[in-house]
Ligand binder design. Structure first.
Ligand code: GLC
Ligand code: CA
Length: 612
């Protein structure tokens, strides 16, 4: 008899459903203005249903001046006019529900836009009733009388987190752009306004929950101390120790559940950077202590980022990747928490380019290999638009000045070059090397990689994303004639059809893939990633205890010989899926006869073996 795994308690739609993230600006333009829109999303709901998607996550489509692509919201209760209207959103919500799908929105409540009515009031005078809805502080002064910001904190988009307000002679806090002031969660009235405007307004219209932006940043350490100096070249320092996971964070999330979320059948997935300790993450996702359903822990997407600056690419090796996957697969075992499986979103480079190979001869195998990995992992699976066709990073030739759009990478580039000019004065070669390094880092890690228009077909130079003769708001990837949806629908062995069949297989075997236990083999092997999924605890005493699968992945461009793991409980496994066309030929793994048996995996080959 199968011993139920701990994580199988409390099965729900949001654990078993596959989620798909839509970035509205770049998904589909319906009216030829070069910008994606809600009608465009609506026109593709059947495509997503057919792919096997159960939950749509729509990135911010709210009213916004678009300093940070809509993560700067000026009115939670209105839709960015070029995207459509609240009625259009209602139509999208209803279209999802009619097809048995769910829809979640982005909940961006750490900050608003500076154009939000609340902030306009707050900044109007020091005694305005909404003054305390944001975080205002008086200046400090250096010995020579120079005015200094209240702390040395560095914003995510470079420079200080503090902006001086001439009119009222104080600084306000902004962890992101200066046009994105942080809300003051210490103020009870502010929290209630957030719950009403950003949450209840949409829940009443039927949305099924939220992806919660910056979910651990609302409670700052209110002492407002300087962060430790790790980058002596500049005044501003990374400061998440001061503003992430602050003292009231858990209290705020519990309140949010009691006041709002519990009244509906909702799911929440929190964006959780800067939180490496599993015990700490468990505090957010334990089912009993109602805070969040699950989180996007950042270890996987932080791989390769620099410690003193995101766009200072660091080489990494496969053991780090495997340990990261294993850690966030296993941390819920024996608990009532839940996890996620993902490796892309709108803030990241494309996974094929980052974690595998986007070389022409390897990119399809790479995309399918990663699909095989993700669809067999425990937790709620999230895929990002374009991932299902194996979209890759932008070409190296694209320029910061003309092609890149993202405020984060563009600001980083200019700030880094400025520092290089100041500190490497005269050394032209050193400045050039630094420039090349930052460019290369942005080409690998930059958020714009995920924001190029979705490649639907090769009907025009915009890959069918828009009909506007001059193209979309952002440059289309040069390789759209080779990588696009229409082409892949017609090819039985395409990346898209591979994803479709994997999502189907995942649903048919949810005990194993969604809820199963995860076991890593050969953690130190730098070339291959071998893991098992089981519906029973491995190493237990019961023979033939349930279902099992073994996944073998080659993370190199060369043949690799792998030695089969021993998994005495399961006996023979049969090859179920491979990402090479000829690997469909049936083959058996006799794990009782192992260990010691060997197999050779071709470049970026992935195979999935399953018990029957
Ligand atoms: C989150 C979003 C990112 C945005 C930031 C500020 O990290 O995913 O796109 O820039 O929050 O809202
Ligand atoms: Ca449009």
């Amino acid at each position: 008899m199968a011993t139920p795994t701990s994580s199988s308690s409390g099965r729900t739609w949001w654990k078993e459903g596959t989620a798909y993230q839509i970035y509205p600006a770049s998904f589909k333009d319906s009216n030829g203005d070069g910008l994606g829109d809600i009608a465009g999303i609506l026109s593709k709901v059947d495509y997503l249903k057919e792919l096997g998607v159960d939950i749509l996550w729509v990135s911010p489509m709210f009213e916004s001046p678009q300093i940070d692509m809509g993560y700067d919201i000026s009115n939670y209760e209105a839709v960015h006019a070029p995207y459509g209207t609240v009625e259009d959103m209602q139509a999208l919500i209803d279209a999802c529900h009619k097809r048995g799908m769910k829809i979640i929105l982005d909940l961006v409540i750490n900050h608003t836009s500076a154009e939000h009515a609340w902030f306009k009031e707050s900044r109007s005078s020091r005694d305005n009733p909404k003054r305390d809805w944001y975080i205002w502080k008086p200046p400090r002064y250096a010995e020579d009388g120079t005015r200094l910001p209240p702390t040395n904190w560095r914003s995510y988009f470079s420079g200080s987190t503090w902006e001086w307000d001439e009119h009222t002679q104080e600084y306000y806090l902004h962890l992101f752009a200066k046009e994105m002031p942080d809300l003051n969660w210490e103020n009870e009235e502010t929290r209630q306004a957030i719950y009403d405007s950003a949450m209840r307004f949409w829940l009443e219209r039927g949305v099924d929950g939220f992806r919660i932006d910056c979910v651990n940043m609302y409670s700052k350490r209110v002492g407002f101390l300087d962060a430790p100096i790790v980058d002596a070249a500049v005044f501003e320092q990374p400061a998440w120790s001061e503003y992430a996971n602050g003292p009231r964070m858990h209290e705020f999330l519990r309140e949010m559940n009691q006041a709002v979320l519990d009244k509906y059948d909702t799911v929440t997935v929190g964006e959780l950077p800067h939180t490496p300790d599993p015990r700490h993450v468990l505090r957010y996702v334990g089912a009993n202590d109602k805070q969040l359903s699950m989180v996007f822990q950042f270890d996987i997407v932080d791989i390769g980022q620099g410690a003193s600056g995101k766009y200072r690419f660091q080489d990494w090796k496969l053991p780090q990747f495997k340990a990261t996957v294993a850690k966030w697969q296993q941390f819920i075992e024996g608990t009532d928490g839940w996890t996620t499986a993902f490796c892309e979103n709108h803030d990241q480079g494309r996974s094929v380019s980052r974690f595998a190979s986007d070389a022409p001869e390897h990119r399809e195998h790479s995309a399918k290999m990663l699909a095989l990995m993700l669809s067999t992992l425990t937790g709620t699976l999230f895929i990002y638009q374009g991932q299902e066709i194996g979209m890759i990073n932008v070409p190296k030739e694209w320029t910061i000045d003309q092609d890149y759009q993202d405020i984060e990478s563009v600001n980083f580039y200019h700030a880094a070059i400025k520092v290089a000019r100041e500190t490497m004065a005269g050394n032209r070669q050193a400045i050039q090397d630094e420039t090349d390094y930052i460019r290369r880092s942005i080409q690998i890690l930059g958020r714009d990689n995920a924001r190029t228009p979705m490649q639907w077909d090769d009907s025009n130079k915009s890959a069918g994303f828009t009909d506007r003769p001059e193209g979309g708001w952002m440059r289309t990837h040069d390789l759209y004639p080779e990588i696009n949806v229409a082409k892949q629908i017609d090819e039985p062995d395409s990346v898209l059809n591979f994803w479709k069949s994997m999502l189907r297989l995942r649903k048919l075997n949810k005990d194993l893939f969604v809820y199963g236990n995860f076991h890593l083999y050969e953690p130190d092997n730098e070339n291959t990633f071998i893991f098992a999924k089981t519906t029973f605890p491995v190493g237990g005493t019961t023979a033939s205890a349930g279902q099992a699968a073994v996944v073998m992945l080659n993370f190199t461009g060369k043949d690799q010989t792998v030695t089969l793991p021993s998994l005495d409980e399961v006996g023979a496994l049969r090859l179920q899926v491979g990402n090479y066309v000829d690997s469909a030929a049936s083959e058996e793994l006799d794990l009782v006869a192992g260990p010691g048996q060997q197999r050779t995996l071709r470049p970026w080959e992935g195979r999935l073996y399953m018990s029957s």
